[in-house]
Design a binder for this molecule. Structure first.
Ligand SMILES: C[C@H](O)[C@H](O)[C@H]1CNC2=NC(N)=NC(=O)C2=N1
Length: 210
């Protein structure tokens, strides 16, 4: 069976890459390495029969990079090269192990829920500034009262630009000069540093408009 470079580049590697990127963006500190396996039916080369190829994706995450390598298991190697011509074997074995290393972008911040110490240090100043904890949710709420609708909407526009920039969006309601904002991080099911950052920005912007 001929695993062409094209197949590896166009199918296997990008799929693994997607898994790795997802894991890199969502992995918990505890998850520093692991093995993911996938099996796929791959056309045999030169009219060979289809066979099931089981590949292993092994990954290791460090703070600044995630090293992803995928190896075809010995069984797959045997299945893939057994019976093939010598040239096929040679081709297959030279392209059998491909290693990709991606460096998760330095900018991507791993988002986790605030721990107790962070809540005491970072959440308390916001509660002092009028934010309240939402009943039954790990979220914070505040109603901002601006001069008029025009000011309220420009306030929201500025916040919307930050929301897009940091990929963190408020749950909000606007009625004339009032803007009601609820913040929580859906991806982690509660408050994270993103909410602190967004709330702090809202406070700064609202104070500028006073
Ligand atoms: C797919 C997209 O990146 C995610 O859904 C982002 C978008 N904005 C978000 N906003 C908020 N408040 N919480 C999130 O978890 C979140 N996740």
């Amino acid at each position: 069976m001929l695993i062409t470079i094209k197949h590896t580049q166009n199918v296997i590697k990008p799929n693994f890459q997607k898994v790795a990127n997802l894991l890199a963006s969502r992995h918990k500190p505890a998850l520093s390495h692991g093995i993911a396996t996938t099996t796929e039916l791959v056309d045999g080369g030169f009219g060979g029969a289809k066979s099931r190829l089981r590949s292993e994706l092994s990954f290791n995450f460090t703070r600044s990079s995630s090293k992803i390598s995928f190896l075809y298991t010995p069984a797959a190697r045997a299945a893939a090269t057994g019976g093939g011509s010598t040239s096929l074997r040679r081709f297959y074995s030279t392209h059998l192990e491909a290693e990709t290393t991606t460096t998760t972008s330095k900018k991507r911040k791993m988002v986790v829920r605030l721990n107790d110490q962070e809540r005491a240090e970072k959440l308390q100043p916001l509660l002092d500034a009028g934010w309240t904890l939402v009943e039954g949710r790990d979220a914070i709420f505040k109603q901002f009262v601006l001069k008029d609708f025009n000011q309220a909407f420009s306030f929201m526009t500025g916040v919307a630009l930050l929301a897009e920039k940091i990929n963190h969006h408020p749950e909000w309601f606007n009625c004339y000069n009032k803007v009601e904002v609820t913040l929580s991080t859906h991806d982690v099911g509660g408050l994270s540093s993103q909410d602190i950052r967004m709330a702090t920005y809202l406070e700064t912007q609202a104070n500028l408009l006073k």
